[in-house]
Design a protein around this ligand. Structure first.
Ligand code: 6GU
Length: 354
């Protein structure tokens, strides 16, 4: 993903985004960030980019030509189709997780930051594809909104988050808030950690967390909870196309016969089809994908090695990683949905997904 931010204050963008997770993603080259100084595209020697508004009124308006030239300069350097141009404005569609997910699919994004009383309407009509607001309040400029959007979009770009769990299934995904988290010590100032978290039963823990998410959403964000309920209702009426249909498991995973039986039973009880794939053909997952005419969201892969996880990720498949060799070195940037230590845990995950 490459961001091109058109701004009068490039240092704000450059200084604000190079730390922590995004900094690392930029070092790794997963994310590119360019702050384009609109003043570099002015014609006069004072680099003046604004002027008085026609019709009078307070403040200054950013002039059309420098913005246009800055934008065209970026577009001409981008290969392939023209990039979407996002104008940060309180008059836009309110930015949310769904829009972040949509934008994360783009190769390049141009973010246009206004200042003062705004930008000459004529250039907006020419270049802007999306008017986006980050909420109903007034800011002095579009730089902070651009940074907010870049942060939210970037963490959805594959490889940006660490190799733990991909961001697909967390807060807001089904309109639920995240469950509460606890770390050591076990008792802090007389307050113990909820006991269920210490029981070691992943099934129970997942159930508890789900319940906490639901309760918390109902109390703290009744608006989101309403959405959640509406979606559940709709899903009951028309089974979601996102529902799992196919489970792909690499053969070594089912080597232990007693486990395999349980696993097969759960899969078939859930109305899913199980396909065993051998672990040594390079395009093994894609071939099944094509044969079964399944959508990617309908497939869950149980992969037996880091190499297989990479192959499945290449085909953008949701992947559960069950390392058969515990000494295996995981390559940096390995992304999977879940890593499990036994099939029981895998079955718990499966149960939750169907
Ligand atoms: Cl996206 N831009 C500006 N300039 N102000 C805002 C905003 C965006 N969202 C809320 N206020």
């Amino acid at each position: 993903m490459n961001y091109h931010v058109l701004t009068l204050f490039p240092e704000m963008i450059e200084q604000g985004l190079h730390t922590s997770i995004l900094g690392r993603a930029m070092e790794k080259g997963i994310i590119g960030l360019e702050a384009v100084d609109i003043r570099d595209y002015t014609e006069d020697r004072h680099r003046k980019a604004d002027d008085y508004p026609y019709g009078g009124g307070a403040g200054m308006v950013m002039q059309a030509e420098p913005v246009f030239r800055a934008c065209e300069s970026v577009q001409s350097r981008i290969k392939g189709k023209r990039a979407r141009v996002i104008y940060a404005t309180p008059q836009g569609r309110v930015f949310d997780q769904a829009l972040a997910e949509e934008l994360a699919k783009e190769e390049d994004l141009i973010l246009l930051c206004g200042h003062y009383e705004g930008i000459d309407e004529r250039v907006l009509e020419e270049v802007v594809t999306d008017y986006v607001s980050i909420g109903d309040y007034v800011l002095t400029g579009g730089e902070l909104p651009a940074m907010v959007m870049i942060d939210a979009v970037s963490r959805l770009v594959p490889g940006v988050l660490s190799n733990e769990v991909s961001a697909e299934f967390e807060t807001f995904h089904d309109n639920l808030l995240e469950y509460p988290q606890y770390s050591r010590p076990e008792v802090w100032r007389g307050k113990p950690v909820p006991r269920v978290l210490l029981c070691g039963d992943h099934d129970r823990i997942e159930d508890w967390r789900r319940e906490q998410s639901i309760l918390r959403t109902r109390i703290r964000r009744p608006d989101l909870y309403g959405q959640y309920q509406k979606n559940r209702e709709a899903e009951r009426k028309a089974p979601s196309k996102k529902r799992l249909r196919l489970v792909l498991a690499e053969k070594p995973i089912l080597a232990d016969e007693s486990w395999a039986q349980e696993f097969r039973r759960l899969v078939s009880e859930s109305g899913l089809e199980l396909v065993l794939v051998s672990e040594d053909t390079p395009d093994r997952f894609r071939r099944v994908l094509e044969e079964k005419k399944c959508r990617r969201q309908e497939i869950l892969v149980f992969a037996a090695s880091a190499e297989s996880v990479l192959a499945a990720r290449e085909d953008k498949l949701r992947t559960i990683y069950f390392p058969m060799d515990s000494r295996e070195q995981e390559p940096e940037g390995l992304i999977y949905y879940r890593k499990i230590s036994d099939l029981l845990e895998g079955m718990a995950v499966l149960r939750r997904l169907v």
